[in-house]
Design a protein around this ligand. Structure first.
Ligand code: SF4
Ligand code: SF4
Ligand code: SF4
Length: 255
């Protein structure tokens, strides 16, 4: 690629864990240099540019000012990437949508602030067109590297359109759902993480979000068959992608 590209990482409501994950990679320096980040909140701020070749967006959209800012970023960016589960589905911040939001906000921030908070928290795709989704809470190193490689070869990697269960079985793990009756979301969640949690005997929490083909109602029935309580099923579904189309309706029925 001849001319040096210009990139930015912009962050909205998040824990900044996805940018931290990138900085923790041993390849971080190479990636930051190749993409020529002019803005990266944890390490580098510069004045706003009129155009970016690529913008990585981290975090959920939780207030009106952020929608305005996000739309501005979209206009400036040739390629826009949702970086992590908060940006893809709203992530952890969506949990507040399923409880008394006012009470939560007051508990955390005290009264009188956050007047512009939206009623529902969504990922960025609810407000703008997104060119590429990089899932995970946080993003996964191998996928960041695959993306970087693909970008400079002008061929972005395909999504992992198979469930976590596939990688879990390939690794020969014990099934935590069938054997321990734990609410594991592996069967309906995007693979690609190499069954990170289930390999440590922790049930998949669904951080990479629902597969388009996931039969969510059938999964709830399986959970119920294994005696998992409705409240525990609900808690699992609202954790990362509760406001996604796939999960919204099912969560209502789990009250
Ligand atoms: S996706 Fe997870 S790690 Fe990344 S910013 Fe959101 S909460 Fe943090
Ligand atoms: S432990 Fe979870 S991810 Fe692994 S096979 Fe069982 S349901 Fe699937
Ligand atoms: S096993 Fe599930 S919760 Fe754990 S990283 Fe993979 S998708 Fe996320």
């Amino acid at each position: 690629m001849g001319k040096k590209i210009k990139s930015a990482l912009r962050s909205f409501t998040s824990c900044s864990g996805c940018q931290t994950e990138l900085l923790n990679m041993k390849e971080a320096f190479e990636i930051l240099t190749k993409f020529n980040f002019v803005f990266f909140p944890l390490i580098k701020g510069e004045k706003e540019l009129d155009k970016y070749d690529i913008c990585f967006v981290e975090g959920a959209i939780t207030n009106k000012d952020q929608i305005f800012e996000l739309k501005k970023i979209r206009k400036k960016s040739k390629l826009l990437v949702a970086f992590g589960t908060c940006a893809t589905y709203g992530g952890i911040a969506t949990i507040s949508d399923f409880d008394d939001k006012k009470e939560i906000v007051e508990e955390v921030y005290g009264s009188g602030i956050n007047k512009h908070s939206l009623k529902k928290v969504f990922g960025i795709g609810n407000w703008i067109n997104v060119d590429y989704y990089m899932r995970g809470c946080p993003v996964i190193k191998t996928e960041v590297l695959e993306f970087a490689k693909g970008y400079f070869k002008e061929k972005l990697p395909n999504e992992h359109l198979y469930p976590v269960c596939v990688e879990c079985r390939q690794k020969g793990n014990r099934c935590l759902l069938a054997e321990d009756h734990l609410p594991c979301m592996g069967a309906i969640t995007y693979g690609g993480c190499k069954a990170l949690c289930t390999s440590e005997e922790i049930p998949c929490q669904g951080c990479r979000g629902p597969l388009p083909t996931a039969d969510v109602s059938a999964r709830v029935k399986v959970f119920e068959k294994f005696g998992i309580k409705k409240e525990d099923i609900r808690r699992t579904f609202i954790k990362f992608a509760g406001t996604s189309k796939k999960y919204r309706r099912i969560i209502k029925n789990l009250k």
